[in-house]
Design a protein around this ligand. Sequence first.
Ligand code: DX5
Ligand code: ZN
Length: 224
Amino acid sequence: MVEVSTSILNVEEGKEAETFLALEKGKTDYFHIDVMDGKFVRKNTYKKMLEYASYIKRISNLPLDIHFMVKDVKKAIDDFGVLEPRCMTFHFEACENYDTAIQYIEQIKQYNSKVGIAVKPATEVADIYPILPYAHLVLIMTVEPGRGGQTFMKEMTDKVRQSKVYIDHNDLEVDIEVDGGINLHTARPVKEAGANILVAGTAILKAIDYGEIIRCLKKENGAL
Ligand code: DX5
Ligand code: ZN
């Protein structure tokens, strides 16, 4: 079953509350929280995303799907872990080595949260094979992390397919999440390649009817 995680990075200021409630009504499966520190990526959304996530935690039972685009992963896990997110995902490129990655994985699990490992477009998914068995999710970036509204990188579809083959061949229980430029057209190839969680920001937030776009993104045949 394909799930949808709506990125709230570019929610219109002043309309946050009504937008979050409308997304809940539109049956998004998760709220995707894009945490940026101004170091791992240029933008800094840290404080705003902590406020948004804390607010959503108060008004909604829908799970938080947190995407750390930060250098100080340890601090971010502690800052956001207290909100009891469903999943906390860090970038492999923010880890000095595999031992550091394992430390982050264990730290996330102490918050009873699922663990996601994200890879930038230039990173081979094979680079994370040694630590994938300890994670619940691989986040395949289909744009360069750092901002919303970018164009989907179609060559990432092969990386999704490669991940799916590896996960199935090794009997791993790992979800494949895709993030960046996902809309009704780009959702189809990545679903066919094996993605089962779609992150979308622009495609959903610009729609008049959130429920309709979320339903269409989830449709198995991806019909428009
Ligand atoms: C980019 C973020 C994505 C982005 C998705 O760094 O990780 O979650 O906000 O937004 P769209 O769907 O507009 O590409
Ligand atoms: Zn994201």
